[in-house]
Ligand binder design. Structure first.
Ligand SMILES: [Zn+2]
Length: 78
């Protein structure tokens, strides 16, 4: 299947090549939910395993916000 986008994710000094493929059932990219202060992935669905407590919606950001998306073709930050 041809990817619809390729580039890489940057985590500080570490980059990870990625390609996006068209989803069969959904147009929503399933980024994980992470706790904003520590970026630990939220479980079931609003629980932070590090803090071992239920967190409020206001404490949660999408994991997308923790990284930069860089487009390979244009080298532009999205
Ligand atoms: Zn936490």
């Amino acid at each position: 299947m041809a990817s619809v986008w390729s580039g890489y994710l940057m985590f500080g000094l570490i980059s990870m090549p990625v390609r996006l493929f068209p989803a069969a059932r959904s147009k929503v990219i399933p980024f994980h939910m992470v706790h904003r202060p520590d970026h630990v992935r939220i479980k079931t669905p609003l629980y932070c395993p590090k803090d071992q407590r239920i967190v409020e919606r206001s404490e949660i950001v999408k994991g997308f916000a923790a990284v930069q998306l860089v487009d390979t073709a244009s080298r532009a930050h999205l």
